[in-house]
Design a protein around this ligand. Structure first.
Ligand code: BGC
Length: 708
């Protein structure tokens, strides 16, 4: 889709000097410092800048001193389109990750909503707000598959499942980019690839990813991003099996461009062109630049390795000028697609902020997961007194999560304020011995406890918060935990003390109101976990779509060996605290039998694109209207290589009224039944497939189909 501009681009490139071409590959930092402004203008005038990043530091999310200044952006653009050699517009980038002024739930939380259309709408809102501030290009969605909640950046990920990640990629990219019209942003699928697999959750660390895992687990989200027309991709900081990704032809060219068919451009991560030097596979900065440009990393984010070295590298014939031309071409494709040549300046856009806040509240409520609700503790009655305590009662900033640049804590209501609005101030006590039957305990981690370069070695609840839970339990009152975390927390030690647990995440501008919507029954909870919750840190990594070890009976989530569930560890049960796909609600659903249109299919028919349908009816047998997320899992029973016991291949979320029966229909074909071999080819094999449909990954409701 980006190639339609190529003839025009060839003409532009034919007029450009080598210096100007290299300038297009250079992204520099925005600044409001008067001395730096003149320097930046001078560089733009000389054609030395392709893009500006509007951020003050590399770990920008938790940074408070980064700002956008529309007038200044227009001044820079004015220099580019009037005074630079070929008048090529600049593209302005910023980390608009899951919100701008209106902040939506952190991506990990969003992925628990299993609601792609709402996510798409929210990202369209975000695009309006950010483009109104002059931003053209955002470094989102982050599509790193993550199985390790110690990693601080798990908050930005879509969780542990490739299918969910693919759906999120599509929704976010459609929402952000639309058709690149006014009010839209160019998206960036990041980090390509494998960054989320860093050993032990240590940020920027080494990864080992087999080819089977690469194709079947790590690439699907990027495959979906490319299919959705993503304009840009960011290379990652990590190495895979000892090879730096951003300087690897295999990853940046063979996989991204040839295997996935990506036509846009690649930006390095912050200063990542220099990584081979630190990793010991380059002798100097020039060597790094040579390796990265030859691999296919087109734009250098902020460290000037390209601008300082590429000209000499071309003169020394270490880099071909055609390689530079290719990179420029890919960058100009995106600038043209975004319409920057016709509309280089930013203008304010009229948008409905109230609608954005409503969407943010809806998505927050759909992202929160009810983990426990003994004896129907929830929903709470509005006319009863409540004790509201804990370190998150008055917290604002953390509710916005760790990667927000433009959200404002002072505009974010805290839980106390939302409770006052919902039930009235007079009903709320902040004393643990207050006159009430129920204690709502607001616990969690701050935004500074996660995010880039903020990993944790221990993901359990802090000692201080554990003590508070025990004190609450000792009162004999009912204890409702509302947990505000950016990652899964290990709850084994404390789960038993709660009557109910609502996992509220860091869910953005309307977190507190969304919590009240759920606690007081205005909305039934509908979030489902997109990531497994381990009982304790030592069980990491634990993920549902693992391969089956041979010695165990079931090997699914905590090995069952010779009848003992704890066989894999002798110091406790190792099955998850809460499995992938899990989440409760206020009503109950009853599933009917699964029916399949066909139970025997010919391999050649499916190879030729034939599909078949599976159906299940779900009845709401409780008293509340609620949404159910019906999940379809596939098990390829015997294959030429080991296959997981279950893989999610479809989900549908629908509101079902009490007494109502709703039909859920899934269509399956080659894509859902086949898999990638280690050479990257896709294969569908004959044999039996168990097709499970249910409420989470532990469902045993299945039907078997045969491919003959
Ligand atoms: C992060 C990226 C981010 C970039 C720009 C890097 O440190 O890894 O995700 O987009 O900085 O702020």
């Amino acid at each position: 889709m980006f190639k339609r501009f190529d003839t025009l681009i060839d003409t532009i490139i034919s007029r450009m000097s080598l210096d100007e071409k290299i300038g297009q590959l250079n992204q520099i930092c925005f600044s409001t410092d008067p001395k730096t402004i003149d320097h930046i203008k001078d560089m733009i005038r000389k054609g030395q800048v392709g893009s500006l990043i509007l951020a003050a530091s590399s770990t920008a999310g938790n940074d408070d001193n980064s700002s956008v200044n529309r007038e200044l952006l227009n001044e820079f653009q004015h220099v580019a389109v009037n005074e630079s050699p070929n008048k090529i517009p600049l593209v302005f980038a910023r980390d608009v990750i899951y919100g701008h002024r209106t902040v939506y739930p952190i991506p990990l939380a969003q992925s628990c909503s299993f609601n792609s259309s709402l996510i798409e709408e929210c990202y369209s809102d975000i695009a309006e707000e950010a483009s109104s501030d002059g931003i053209h290009w955002t470094f989102s969605p982050m599509l790193d598959l993550c199985r390790d909640p110690r990693w601080g950046r798990i908050i930005e990920t879509p969780g542990e499942d490739p299918f969910v990640a693919g759906k999120i990629a599509q929704a976010v990219i459609k929402g952000f980019q639309g058709n690149f019209e006014k009010g839209k942003l160019v998206a960036c699928a990041k980090h390509f690839i494998g960054y989320g697999a860093s050993e032990a959750g240590r940020d920027y660390h080494h990864t080992e990813i087999s080819d089977y895992s690469l194709y079947n687990y790590y690439l699907p989200a990027f495959r979906s991003a490319v299919k959705s027309g993503v304009g840009t991709v960011m290379s990652s900081f990590n190495d895979i099996n000892g090879e730096n990704v951003g300087s690897s032809r295999f990853y940046m060219n063979d996989i991204l461009r040839e295997h996935l068919g990506f036509e846009g451009f690649v930006i390095s991560d912050w200063g990542a062109v220099r990584l081979p030097l630190r990793q010991g596979t380059a002798v100097n900065d020039a060597d790094c630049a040579e390796q990265c440009i030859n691999a296919g990393t087109d734009m250098d984010m902020v460290e000037s390795s390209y601008i300082n070295n590429l000209k000499a590298l071309v003169e020394e014939q270490r880099v071909a000028e055609q390689t530079i031309d290719k990179a420029v071409k890919r960058i100009l494709r995106v600038k043209l697609a975004k319409g920057l040549f016709e509309n280089p300046y930013c203008e304010a856009i009229v948008f409905d902020r109230q609608k954005h806040l409503q969407n943010s509240r809806k998505l927050a409520a759909e992202s929160m997961v009810l983990l426990k609700n003994d004896n129907k503790t929830l929903p709470l009655e509005k006319d009863k007194n409540i004790i509201l305590i804990g370190p998150f009662v008055n917290e604002r900033r953390s509710l916005l999560g760790s990667w927000t640049l433009d959200g404002r804590a002072e505009e974010t209501q805290n839980l106390y304020e939302a409770f006052c609005e919902t039930v009235g101030k007079e009903r709320i006590s902040n004393s643990i011995c207050g006159n009430a039957d129920t204690i709502v305990l607001a616990l969690g981690e701050t935004n500074q406890m996660n995010g880039e370069a903020h990993s944790l070695a221990d993901i359990s609840v802090t000692q201080e918060q554990k003590e508070l839970i025990l004190r609450a339990k000792a009162t004999g009152k009912r204890v409702v935990g509302v947990l505000f975390y950016g990652r899964p927390v290990a709850l084994e030690d404390v789960e038993q003390y709660f009557d109910a647990i609502l996992y509220a995440w860091h869910s953005g501008s309307c977190t507190a109101h969304a919590v009240c919507d759920i606690l007081f029954g205005k909305t039934s909870p509908s979030g489902r976990l997109s990531v497994t919750f381990p009982k304790k840190t030592g069980h990491i990594p634990i993920y549902y779509n693992a391969l089956r070890p041979g010695k165990t009976v079931n090997a699914y989530y905590g090995d069952v060996w010779q009848g003992a569930l704890s066989a894999c560890y002798i110091d406790g049960l190792a099955n998850p605290m809460y499995p992938f796909g899990f989440g409760l609600t206020y009503t109950e659903f009853s599933y009917g039998e699964i029916t399949a249109e066909k139970q025997e299919l010919s391999l050649s028919d499916i190879e030729n694109g034939e599909s078949f349908k599976l159906k299940v009816s779900v009845k709401n047998i409780g008293e509340f209207s609620a949404k159910e997320t019906v999940q379809l899992y596939v098990c390829d029973k015997v294959a030429s290589v080991m296959r997981p016991l279950k893989e999610l291949k479809g989900y549908l979320k629908k509101q079902i009224e009490p007494g109502e029966i709703s039909d859920f229909e899934f269509e399956l074909g080659k894509e859902q039944l086949g898999f990638y071999l280690k050479d990257g080819s896709f294969k569908l094999e004959k044999g039996e497939f168990d097709l499970y449909i249910g409420e989470n990954c532990l469902t045993e409701r299945k039907i078997t189909v045969k491919i003959i």
